[in-house]
Write a protein that binds this ligand. Structure first.
Ligand code: 13P
Length: 264
């Protein structure tokens, strides 16, 4: 099953597919174990920073090998990349999707570069997520602009700013009216970034109104760090005895999120 098929399916069934970011092997395993237990497709995300730490090539190889072990569909997305050469590299190494974040550019330049990414990616069967108006409260996504951007660039998915923010710094209050308007204007898959800290009720409502993919990172990092810090206090020094607990903590957090995404 391709990522496009999966997203179409979740769009029809009105649930969302989660993108969970990682930069270490125990995080990767925690995410995949959760997806397998929950019988749900999953998107693994790596930002430029995360992928530079672990290595694009190493990540692709790890994910390819994992696909043989896990029964659920597993996809890999390059998250928030602004660098066209880096995006091409990720595609060449086998990423299933790339997120070109041109939200800091003028709309004209964003369209120009997004089109280039789409041209390169689509020839290779890779999906492209675009972004206009960064995920900040002051510049929420304009429905008209979203419509034009998707039409002009042919991106498959669109990251929209409707009130969530990366991190857990404030209580998110989503602008559902705006989401409804955007959904009316475009058939692109709609992506909610900054999923950490958004209440379950708001997530469920956003899915009902047309969000198809939700990105989670900070909550996983917090679970990872808290459990690691606790485990390091003991006398144990063997990583293979310390890290399973950390992996489990990530798994549990992902399961918690998937339940919400599946409206369970
Ligand atoms: P959080 O860190 O707020 O979960 O956001 C993740 C994200 O949107 C990655 O693109």
């Amino acid at each position: 099953m391709t990522l496009k098929d999966c997203l179409r399916k979740v769009q029809r069934q009105k649930f969302a597919i989660g993108q969970f970011n990682f930069s270490t092997v125990e995080q990767l395993r925690g995410i995949l174990d959760a997806a397998e237990r929950m019988k749900t497709p999953v998107i693994l995300g790596t930002s430029e920073g995360e992928s530079k730490f672990l290595g694009l090539k190493e990540i692709s190889a790890l994910v390819e090998i994992s696909k043989m072990k896990y029964k659920v569909p597993v996809f890999l997305n390059l998250d928030h990349s602004k660098d066209l050469d880096y995006i091409k590299k990720a595609i060449d190494f086998g990423y299933s999707a790339v997120h070109f974040d041109g939200s800091g550019l003028s709309l004209e330049k964003n369209v120009k570069y997004a089109k280039k990414v789409v041209e390169y990616a689509h020839k290779r069967g890779v999906l492209v997520e675009g972004e206009i108006d960064s995920i900040k409260e002051k510049s929420l996504t304009s429905p008209d602009k979203a419509e034009r951007f998707v039409e002009q660039t042919k991106v498959d998915s669109l990251a929209i700013a409707i009130g969530s923010a990366h991190g857990m710094f404030k209580k998110a209050k989503l602008d559902f009216e705006r989401l409804k308007q955007i959904r009316k204007k475009t058939n692109a898959f709609l992506v909610l970034h900054g999923g950490s800290g958004v209440s379950d009720m708001q997530i469920k409502k956003a899915i009902k109104l047309g969000i198809n993919k939700i990105n989670i990172n900070t909550e996983l990092r917090l679970a990872w760090k808290r459990t690691l810090a606790k485990s390091l206090k003991a006398q144990e020094i063997k990583p293979y005895k310390i890290l399973p607990k950390v992996q489990k903590a990530v798994q549990e957090k992902v399961e918690e999120k998937v339940k919400v995404f599946k409206n369970e």
